[in-house]
Ligand binder design. Structure first.
Ligand code: HEM
Length: 925
């Protein structure tokens, strides 16, 4: 109700302003609007940023549209954008972040503002200052091994036929995402073209093949049956979409509308709003989730302080290594979760023994197909193989198809298995085996030496030692070792056999780099897997966030539920942002949907509250401890001087979480999309990785015919110093972030006093919106903006500048286009391997607005620019190095081509792909 009053008050003020003195608003060009509605109908689309870009191309770098009575001035002129964003508080134009009040929905349940959503409150300055210390390059360095570990696990999970680390939380995503739940968007596509399956389609292609282009024509040439539409696939999709909890449709990432179209789903009523963190062990199973977390919090804080005080980093590593092991593994939630049969809360409280009693396994998940008979979890879908290996129609999806390992084993030719088993191990084997042995020894020793940095982290959130007998393999440390050890190459005999057998069963259908798109007699037996990469990245980078910045082990964190809830709430926030008073209207017309969103909000708030408890339980920290949780714990209220209480800190925790994983995960997803759609660029990245030993190399050969699976040499693990040494990869990242700046609509401001924006004097109350998507894609700012051209970032700065001048558009009267880039060779990059590459932009004279301009600012600019830029870039680069070093990616033909994917873009705080980004991941080597 208070937010409704806020809205009414806002429009009252605005009306008074507009009836007052005259301004230049009427002179600002823009699309004609309808009486009363203005342009609401034009922007009531999930990809409204595309509409804004069209208007920017038509009306120029400063144009106006209206949401009912609310005028909005959109800025894509670089010089004016910089002026509006304000580089320093003193020079900033007076404004507040009015649009962002809706995103308070995602940061807390009470409607209080967080620092992300304000810029004028004193508390913003206090929190920003405190949090900034946590994003130092030293802390980014500390976060690197954590990010690497999670991303290795993600990489491992993309090859479900390969060995999996026990409890790899991403494997279950992969396997669920073998099935595709048609989204509303898909229905549109399906109307346009024959339905298709991802199931082993003979038209799957590998690197360099042209089939992606073929499918982008939407000609329906990809053979295969229709998507599964049975309840089993619904259940699987529910899992895949993170609908793990009682929120019903909340986990469906396809769109907020999806759950509306599905009709009322009252399963959320069974919600357990408390959603405590997961219990850790047998003994803690009787305690509340929070209690279990809090119990260990003090130990973590002690470790942290001790680590800081320790004379060298070895001591810190030792402190972490000596932390008792986590005693619970991720529970394979199976396909049943999200069907309403069991809530995540219930699943989370399963102790390891209970898990195994329930059939939960930490073995290769494919060895444990869900027995529910409905969800079809763990059945595999493969491109270029199986029944579709020869280009013929593939078998129907679902549990009935023996596509899992059992089926693979059954179907495997015994002779092929023997041949593969008998093939001599090449040098790669022995090397890799030695490496595996080393890793296992390290893991057994609890980290230390060599790659110990990966295995240990001073803030590793160890469980209490309660005599639990769970294996130490469950610790994140050994996950890393296992993940690395599981790189194709050395295999345990069982896994190797299964893989070989499966590969044989796949019949040599090629989706590999041979480019044979029709399966059949591919030179190497390849397997590939269709994954919703967005989902993997969201969850893994959320885990990185909580582990690196809050010192909370992901096992203790309901990551899938949080990601799903965040998606739901953010989409709602976006709709409210566009349509005035829509929140009020929806509360009346869609009470069930609104209640579901409210439930998600409350769950999120409960999670933030638990993180607050963790911070307080660890107690005050010495100034040398600069981890985010410690920094936040020190923030004092600017007026009272007291430490921020729960009401003050919870919204800030929520804001940081909101800002901290959605952005980086979708930046990676967009880069992978761009590279999947541009196989030539992808190959060049991989050549670059190869040059630094970061690419998985082909393995040995069996009988001269088949590449012997399991013999590929694992790539070297990247270290932080590798990241800036990959110029072509950096260029691809820059280009992907240019075309798809995830925080595309960030930076919405309301001017609070008469303000000059470009040539126009704008009255207070008007929303001024420097729109990054339009800035990055406007024809006025870029040559061929709709083309993915990494090369444009490789030119020497001077040449680039000259080129920029040559297509210096009509906006800004020849103003400078400070070509900031995200690192590497960019102007004035800050720091080292984790360097943010932040530059202040090569502003030149003559730009309209007088401040110079930057036409590339994916992290925004000015006093509210991204705090986590260095961390975010490190995550993006690490993810791409790890994933592209092990797989080649192509678009799932089911998407209907690259253009169709682009048409599925939605803006939901961040730019994402409705229904997920499905990529075919084909192991290299
Ligand atoms: C590639 C990844 C990322 C991108 C593209 C990105 C982009 C942005 C952008 C455009 C803004 C400005 C929003 C505005 O103008 O209101 C912003 C703000 C912010 N970002 Fe990021 N971000 C990324 C990663 C991160 C990470 C990993 C964190 C860590 C927690 C983070 C924390 C923040 C915070 C706290 C703010 C608000 C600053 C303030 O309001 O003063 N970001 N980000």
């Amino acid at each position: 109700m208070s937010s409704a009053l806020d809205e009414l008050r806002f429009y009252g003020t605005l009306a008074a302003t507009l009836l007052g003195p005259r301004y230049d608003l009427a002179r600002v060009p823009g699309p004609p609007g309808r009486p009363l509605l203005g342009n609401i109908t034009a922007v009531m689309r999930p990809d409204y940023h595309v509409q804004m870009l069209e208007w920017a191309n038509t009306y120029g770098g400063v144009f106006k549209f209206s949401l009912g009575f609310q005028p909005v001035v959109v800025v894509s002129d670089p010089a004016v954008a910089v002026q509006v964003l304000g580089r320093t508080p003193g020079r900033a134009i007076p404004r507040k972040c009015v649009g962002y009040k809706f995103f308070d929905m995602a940061t807390n349940a009470s409607g209080a503002h967080s620092f992300f959503t304000t810029s004028d409150e004193a508390q913003w300055a206090a929190v920003r200052k405190a949090a900034a210390a946590a994003f130092s390059s030293a802390n980014v360095k500390k976060a690197f091994p954590i990010a690497l570990r999670h991303l290795l696990l993600v990489a491992e999970s993309l090859d479900p036929l390969g060995p999996q680390s026990p409890g790899n939380p991403y494997t279950e995503l992969t396997h669920h995402s073998q099935h595709h739940q048609p989204t509303h968007q898909d229905h549109h596509h399906h109307q346009e073209q024959p339905q298709r399956s991802h199931e082993g389609g003979g038209k799957k292609q590998g690197r360099g093949s042209a089939a992606v282009a073929d499918t982008s024509t939407g000609d329906g040439s990809v053979a295969g049956p229709s998507y599964p539409s049975s309840s089993s696939s619904n259940a699987a999709a529910a899992g895949a979409k993170g609908r793990t909890g009682p929120s019903g449709g909340s986990g469906d990432r396809s769109s907020s509308s999806s759950w509306l179209w599905r009709g009322p789903d009252l399963s959320w009523l069974r919600s357990d709003l408390s959603m405590g963190f997961r219990r850790r062990s047998h003994s803690s199973a009787s305690k509340s989730g929070s209690a279990a977390v809090l119990e260990s919090a003090a130990a973590v804080a002690a470790d942290a302080a001790e680590a800081v005080g320790a004379a060298d980093s070895t001591a810190a590593a030792a402190a972490a290594a000596s932390a008792p092991s986590a005693t619970s593994s991720y529970v394979d939630l199976g396909g049943c979760v999200g069907t309403g049969d069991s809530s995540l809360a219930t699943s989370l409280s399963l102790s390891p023994s209970a898990s195994s009693a329930a059939g939960v396994t930490s073995e290769h998940p494919a060895a444990a197909p869900c027995s529910c008979g409905r969800c079809g979890a763990n059945t595999l879908r493969r491109g270029g193989g199986g029944s579709g290996g020869s280009g013929g129609p593939s078998g129907p999806a679902g549990p009935a198809v023996a596509t899992g390992p059992a089926g693979a084993l059954e179907g495997a030719s015994k002779a092929a298995m023997e041949l593969l088993a008998a093939a001599p191990a090449g040098p790669a084997d022995s090397e890799a085996e030695a490496e595996q042995q080393q890793l296992q020894e390290e893991a057994a020793a609890g980290g230390g030496g060599g790659r110990a940095a990966i295995h240990s982290h001073p803030f590793y959130y160890g469980a209490e030692d309660d005599g639990d007998t769970s294996s130490a393999e469950d610790t994140p440390a050994t996950h890393t070792a296992a993940a690395v050890a599981a790189e194709p190459g050395p295999r345990t005999p069982a896994a190797g056999t299964a893989t070989a057998a499966s590969a044989a069963a796949l019949g040599g259908g090629s989706s590999g780099d041979g480019g044979s798109s029709d399966g059949g007699a591919g030179a190497g037996a390849r397997r590939c897997c269709v994954v919703d990469i967005q989902e993997h990245l969201e969850l893994s980078l959320l885990h990185v966030f909580v582990e690196a910045l809050f010192g909370v082990a992901p096992q203790d964190f309901p990551g899938r539920q949080v990601a799903a809830d965040m998606n739901l709430v953010l989409e709602e926030a976006n709709s409210r942002l566009k349509v005035p008073l829509s929140g009020l209207a929806r509360a009346v017309t869609q009470p069930v949907a609104q209640a579901r969103i409210r439930a998600a909000q409350l769950r999120l708030a409960a999670v933030y509250g638990q993180l607050y408890d963790v911070i307080r339980a660890r107690g005050p920290q010495p100034p040398a401890v600069t981890d985010l949780w410690a920094c936040l714990g020190r923030v004092r209220h600017p007026k009272t001087g007291e430490l921020l209480d729960r009401g003050g800190l919870v919204p800030e925790i929520g804001a940081l979480m909101m800002a901290g994983f959605d952005t980086s995960s979708h930046s990676v997803a967009w880069a992978l999309f761009a590279l999947a759609a541009n196989p030539g660029a992808q190959e060049r990245v991989q050549q670059e990785l190869d040059g630094r030993g970061l690419l998985r190399r082909p393995g040995g050969w069996a009988g001269g015919l088949l590449r012997r699976p399991g013999t590929a040499a694992p790539p070297r693990l990247p270290d932080l110093d590798d990241l800036p040494q990959l110029p072509y990869l950096s260029a691809c990242i820059d280009e992907a972030m240019r075309m798809y700046p995830v925080a595309a609509t960030a930076s919405v401001r309301e001017v609070t006093e008469p303000t000059r924006v470009g040539d126009f004097v704008i009255p207070p109350g008007v929303i001024v919106w420097p729109m990054l998507y339009a800035l990055h894609n406007s024809v006025h700012n870029w040559d061929r903006p709709d083309q993915f051209l990494p090369e444009r970032w490789l030119q020497p700065p001077q040449q680039r500048e000259a080129q920029e001048q040559s297509y210096d558009g009509t906006i800004g009267g020849g103003g400078s286009r400070g070509s900031n880039r995200s690192g590497g060779t960019g102007a004035a990059p800050v720091g080292d391997g984790c360097g943010s590459g932040r530059s202040v932009g090569a502003g030149g004279g003559g730009a309209k607005g007088g401040g110079g301009g930057k036409r590339y600012m994916p992290f925004s600019d000015g006093m509210k620019s991204c705090l986590g830029q260095a961390l975010g870039l490190m995550e993006v680069r690490t993810a791409l190095v790890v994933l592209l070093g092990r797989y080649s990616f192509s678009l799932d033909p089911g998407h209907g081509g690259a253009e169709a994917v682009r048409r599925s873009m939605i803006m939901s705080l961040t730019l994402k792909i409705r229904g997920g980004l499905r990529l075919v991941a084909t192991p290299l080597g």
